[in-house]
Ligand binder design. Structure first.
Ligand code: BGC
Length: 363
C-alpha cells in the first residue's frame, strides 16, 4: 500500500515537470515565431525601400538619356531641381517641359500696324537688358543666342523685336538677342557678321545653341521652336516670298539653328562672301560635307512672313558666289570661325537686344 502510495506520489510530481517542460518549449517556439516574423518584416521593409531607390535611379537614368538627346547639352546640369543664381526670380526651379504649354500655334503677323521699340519694351517687361530672358518658373532646356546680321534696317528690327520676344518667351527658352551691326558703307557680308555674333555671344554666356535669323523674317506659328536639334535646323521653310514652299531642297537661307558642336564641326561660316547670295549655300555644302543632314519643321509650322523691302545699298548680288560655292570643300577648313578677324567698335546692352557694332573690313 505504502509503495503504491509512493509510486502514485512520484507520478503526480513527474506530471507537473513535463507540463513545465512543455510550457517552456511552447514559449520558446512562440519566441522563435515572433523573431522569424520580425526578421521577415525587416527584410521586406528593406526590400521595398531598395525598390524605391532602384526606380528613382531608373527615372534619373531616363532623364539623363533624354538630356543626352539635347544637342546643346544644356540640361546636363543638376537634377530636376537646381538653385537659380540669377536676379529677382525664384530660388528653386524644375526643368521646363519638352513642349511648352504656353504655345498657341498659328499667329497673325501684320506689317501694317504701328510698332515702336517703346511699345515692344512695354509689352515685354520680363526681358532684361541686352534682350536676355529666361523662364521664371522652370529651367529652360536650351540656352539660345539669336543672331541677326544688320545694317540700316531699324524699321524691320522693330517688327522683329515686337513679334519675336513674346514667341521666344512662350517657347520657354533661356535666350539672348544679338544684333550685329556692320559699320561703314563697304559691301555687306552676312555670314561674317553671323560668325562675329557667335564669337561675341559666347563672351556673354554659356550658349549651347545659335539661331541665325534675317531681320525681316517673322514666324507665323510659335510651334516653330527657335532651338537646336540633333541635326542643323532650317526654320524658315515656307516663306510667303516663295509661295510658302522651299525654293529648292538645299535651301538653308533665312532662319537656321545650329548647336555649338554642329557649328564648330563645319568651322563656322565663310568670311569671304561679300554682297548678296551664296553664303547660305556654302553653309549647306559645309554641313553636307561633314555628313550632316537638315532638319525642318512641317510646312505648316514653318510658315513665315518677310517684310517687303528694296534691295539694300552695297548688297548687290555677288558675282563670285557660283565659283565659291563650287569649292566649299577645299576652302572650308581655311576660311571660317577659326580664321575670323574683326574690330569690335561697341557692345551696347539695350532694352530688347544687344547691339554689337563691328568693322569687318572689306572684300
Ligand atoms: C542664293 C541664296 C539665296 C537663294 C534664295 C540662291 O541663288 O545663292 O543665297 O538664299 O537663292 O533667294
Amino acid at each position: 500500500m505504502a509503495s503504491a502510495l509512493s509510486s502514485s506520489a512520484s507520478a503526480s510530481s513527474a506530471a507537473p515537470q513535463s507540463t513545465r517542460n512543455f510550457n517552456f518549449l511552447h514559449r520558446l517556439c512562440k519566441l522563435v515565431v515572433v523573431l522569424c516574423f520580425l526578421h521577415i518584416s525587416v527584410t521586406l521593409l528593406y526590400y521595398v525601400r531598395s525598390l524605391d531607390i532602384r526606380s528613382a535611379f531608373v527615372r534619373n537614368q531616363q532623364q539623363r538619356n533624354r538630356d543626352d538627346g539635347d544637342p546643346t547639352g544644356a540640361s546636363t546640369g543638376p537634377g530636376s531641381e537646381a538653385l537659380y543664381n540669377g536676379t529677382g526670380t525664384p530660388k528653386i526651379w524644375k526643368n521646363c517641359p519638352q513642349t511648352s504649354p504656353l504655345l498657341v500655334g498659328p499667329l497673325r503677323v501684320d506689317f501694317n500696324i504701328e510698332v515702336s521699340l517703346e511699345l515692344a519694351a512695354k509689352q515685354n517687361p520680363q526681358v532684361g537688358p541686352g534682350g536676355r530672358y529666361r523662364p521664371a518658373d522652370c529651367r529652360a532646356l536650351q540656352k539660345v543666342a539669336v543672331i541677326i546680321p544688320f545694317r540700316k534696317r531699324e524699321p524691320h528690327l522693330k517688327f522683329w523685336l515686337y513679334y519675336l520676344h513674346p514667341i521666344l518667351r512662350r517657347q520657354q527658352l533661356d535666350y539672348g538677342v544679338y544684333v550685329i551691326n556692320q559699320e561703314g558703307d563697304e559691301t555687306f557680308n552676312r555670314a561674317k557678321l553671323l560668325n562675329v555674333g557667335y564669337a561675341e555671344a559666347l563672351k556673354d554666356y554659356d550658349y549651347g545653341c545659335f539661331v541665325f535669323s534675317d531681320v525681316d523674317l517673322i514666324p507665323m506659328d510659335d510651334r516653330n521652336i527657335y532651338k537646336c536639334f540633333g541635326q542643323p535646323r532650317h526654320l524658315s521653310v515656307s516663306m510667303d516670298k516663295f509661295g510658302f514652299r522651299l525654293p529648292y531642297n538645299q535651301y538653308f537661307g533665312g532662319v537656321s539653328s545650329m548647336s555649338k558642336e554642329q557649328y564648330l564641326k563645319i568651322n563656322g561660316f565663310p568670311n569671304n562672301y561679300w554682297g548678296w547670295g551664296g553664303e547660305d549655300d556654302d553653309i549647306f555644302n559645309r554641313l553636307a560635307s561633314k555628313g550632316m543632314s537638315i532638319s525642318r519643321p512641317s510646312g505648316d509650322v514653318g510658315k513665315c512672313r518677310m517684310i517687303r523691302h528694296e534691295r539694300d545699298e552695297r548688297n548687290d548680288p555677288n558675282p563670285q558666289r557660283f565659283n565659291r560655292i563650287a569649292h566649299t570643300r577645299e576652302t572650308m577648313n581655311k576660311d571660317g570661325i577659326r580664321s575670323l578677324s574683326y574690330k569690335l567698335l561697341s557692345k551696347e546692352k539695350l532694352a530688347l537686344y544687344t547691339k554689337i557694332t563691328v568693322d569687318i573690313g572689306k572684300p
